[in-house]
Design a protein around this ligand. Structure first.
Ligand SMILES: [Zn+2]
Length: 315
């Protein structure tokens, strides 16, 4: 007969075993295109409900949401009910950041207009955050376009510093936007069941992406650094986030704030990448170190049937 202590001992041993299999990991969650990537294709009540579900899933995760203020407008005017959606984020203890006013990419926009779009992107955000004794301090480049030459990069760095911003990099870059487009199109067509059927594959795909960038981190730094995951405020994540976050927790991830993740010295690595594409910072650092082609091989791809459903040619 096993006494009470004996059972306790077995439970402890089992817990230790599980811990040994799953290494402790850290991840900062970042969610872009608030209040919603899909303001143009859903009615206000659906958007409000999705916003509430995303907030509920992210509460307590130390996530940061990145806002495009043009998405607060209805018929050219800032809609107070949409501002309230953002206030709900802050009230839930989730920080907000600046993702420019209109989501124009730096590589298609003159730097003067880009800087204006950053300032236009905090007209609502700055006073709103002041209600919570906070100020916007994170900046996320639309399309992760971070500048194609040294002059623009230096000017933007100085501008962001002057206005109290720090760049929020991404390490787990991914094709979530393609799943989201497929999901939205199926919802538009009234095919809710088919849309929901995409979620298990989406979660598997996102986990595979995490695994890929964990390996990239090991190859570059000899260890796993805290990752920064990017996804968007959309119908897909309103429905899939609880499952996705549960999967990541099972993978050993503790969700930390951006300050904690970026305190890792890896994030001070030089970034000489000046290419056009919006890629993972792990790859920017690898390019800076002139890693061979093999370094980038094996990245999980969005399956063809999802590309087809989304009407997207390729990633
Ligand atoms: Zn975006």
């Amino acid at each position: 007969m096993i006494g009470r202590l004996g059972v306790f001992g077995i439970v402890l041993a089992t817990a230790a075993l599980v811990r040994a299999e799953v290494p402790p990991r850290q991840m900062a969650l970042t969610i872009d295109d608030l209040p919603s990537q899909e303001v143009a294709r859903a009615d206000e009540s659906a958007l409000a409900a999705r916003n509430a579900r995303i907030i509920a899933a992210l509460k307590g995760t130390h996530a940061v949401g990145f806002v495009n203020e043009d998405k607060l407008e209805v018929d050219g005017r800032v809609a107070t009910h949409r501002v309230q959606w953002l206030r709900d984020w802050l009230a839930a203890g989730i920080e907000l950041g600046n993702h420019t006013y209109n989501h124009n990419g730096l590589h298609q926009t003159p730097i003067e207009a880009y800087e204006r779009s950053i300032l236009d992107g905090e007209r609502v955000l700055r006073p709103l955050m002041a209600e919570f004794d906070r100020a916007p301090r994170w900046f996320r480049h639309p399309y992760l376009h971070a500048g194609q030459d040294d002059a623009v990069r230096a000017r933007l760095d100085a501008f962001l510093a002057e206005h109290g911003y720090r760049v929020a990099p991404v390490t787990v870059d991914n094709g979530e936007w393609i799943y989201a487009r497929a999901y939205a199109l199926l919802l538009d067509a009234g095919k809710r069941r088919e849309a929901r059927a995409l979620i298990p594959g989406y979660v598997d795909y996102m986990e595979a992406k995490c695994q890929f960038f964990e390996q990239a981190s090991k190859r570059l730094f000899g260890r796993e650094i805290p990752q920064v995951l990017l996804f968007h405020a959309n119908a897909l994540n309103a429905d899939a986030l609880p499952t996705l976050l549960e999967r990541l927790r099972k993978r050993g991830y503790a969700f930390v704030d951006l300050d904690t993740a970026l305190a890792d010295p890896a994030y001070r690595h030089a970034d000489a990448y000046r290419g056009r594409a919006g890629i993972s910072w792990l790859h920017r650092w690898a390019i800076t170190e002139k890693k061979p082609k093999a370094f980038y091989e094996g990245e999980p791809a969005v399956p063809q049937h999802v590309l087809d459903l989304a009407g997207v040619e390729g990633e």
